[in-house]
Design a protein around this ligand. Structure first.
Ligand code: PLP
Length: 395
């Protein structure tokens, strides 16, 4: 075993690994960073907020000097709502690209905001493509913004953001990205994609604990967004203006979560940044998917669409397979898996993100083998209907 493939230390206190897309398994150091109290007004905490914002900004690749980073209290959905409410003008219109739960949630958010939107709904997992976006934009000149989900966590698909960005800019419209579950592990170069804003949160690929999200947005768009937001607490411009002026968050910040997150960002840097983090997750996925396929499991998605974030598997057709029993048997062996979100066939998901490596993933596969054995399931092959469903994607 070479030095750089040494297993990661077990990060926890005997609790199971979370094979879920956040909250996820965090390192001991991240947890330990929370054993102190900070005054939100104090210089020490202001310095932490500054450091966090500049570390995040350094992760967007080229053209980062045209952007700024603004943290917002709450979970990731608060940030999506903050981004939409702040950057979409009251008389604007959003083309929401949906292929799963998070796309639909963004559309629902637009409904709550009472701002115009139109939806391309591709169902459970089929990716929205550049040519469809181009057509929708050509057909509807009122559309001002396109909202794209980077990794649609409900199926695990990595959506084709590059071609979506290209179609959006070719039509002279603006791009917003929900990169919640991908940012920090999958490149999202601001210079190339030229997005107005993107959002992610503390408890996904940076491997912090839950409590806030962040918006990374163009500073000229931030300036122009003054007074546009429907909500006081979700106004990204107002949060930004206060932070620039005083170094403080407008309302009580999640101090301990920020401290943990800075620790997580330091680890992210040591690991090699976005590239290093992405490489470990990719290896996690490859080892886990290969092992599961050996057991007879099949993935919903063909390899080219699989993200290094989370993978959807079809449930086996064997009538002895029962997901809730399988879940409990996996949990007994130290692994929390995730139910599926497909509407047509039964499925479950296994996350690849968090403080774990390929050695852990091999144990996940072994646990699945034993769990199938306990259930008396001899083959994990999915029903024919599942494979029929999958053919739609190949086209
Ligand atoms: C996690 C996630 C969100 C935010 O979900 P919360 O439960 O509010 O944190 C939004 N979009 C995507 C794609 C996500 O993976």
């Amino acid at each position: 075993m070479s030095e750089d493939t040494k297993p990661l230390p077990s990060p926890h206190f005997g609790e199971p690994y979370l094979l879920t897309p956040g909250p996820l398994t965090t390192s001991y150091e991240v947890k330990q960073a929370m054993l102190r109290d900070w005054g939100s007004w104090d210089d020490d905490f202001r310095a932490m907020t500054r450091e966090m914002r500049s570390r995040l900004l350094a992760l967007i690749g080229s053209n980062s000097s045209a952007y700024d980073c603004i943290p917002i209290q709450g979970s990731g959905s608060y940030c999506v709502e903050a981004m939409l409410g702040t950057f979409v003008p009251k008389d604007g219109k959003v083309l929401v690209l949906s292929n799963g739960a998070y796309g639909l949630r963004a559309a629902q958010t637009m409904e709550y905001l009472g701002r115009a939107f139109t939806l391309i709904d591709k169902g459970d997992y089929l990716p929205p493509r550049g040519d469809e976006v181009a057509k929708a934009l050509a057909d509807d000149p009122a559309i001002t913004h396109v909202l794209c989900i980077h990794c649609e966590t409900s199926s695990g698909i990595l959506n084709p953001v590059e071609e979506i960005a290209e179609a959006t800019h070719a039509a002279g419209r603006k791009l917003l990205i929900d990169s919640m579950s991908a940012f920090g592990a999958v490149e999202l170069d601001a210079g190339e994609l030229d997005y107005v804003a993107m959002v992610s949160s503390a408890n996904k690929c940076i491997e912090g604990v839950p409590g806030f999200g962040f918006v990374i947005a163009k500073t000229d768009e931030l300036t122009a967004a003054k007074g546009n937001c429907h909500s006081l607490s979700l106004d990204v411009h107002a949060q930004w203006a206060t932070m620039e002026k005083t170094g403080q968050w407008r309302f009580t910040p999640p101090t301990h979560v920020v401290a943990a997150f800075i620790e997580a960002l330091k680890t992210h840097e040591v690991e090699g940044g976005v590239e290093g983090r992405g490489a470990r997750y990719t290896r996690n996925r490859d080892v886990m998917v290969a092992g599961m396929r050996e057991l007879g499991f099949e993935t919903l998605l063909a390899d080219r669409w699989l993200s290094p974030i989370i993978v959807t598997f079809f449930c086996p057709s064997d009538p002895k397979f029962d997901f809730s029993q399988f879940y409990d048997l996996m949990k007994d062996r130290g692994f929390i898996i995730y139910p599926g979100k497909l509407t047509v066939v039964d499925s479950f998901r296994v996350g690849c993100i968090g403080r774990m490596d390929e050695y852990v993933m091999r144990r996940v596969v072994e646990a699945a083998r034993q769990a199938l054995n306990d259930l008396g399931v001899s083959s994990a092959a999915p029903p024919a209907a599942a494979l029929e469903e999958r053919k739609k994607l190949a086209a």
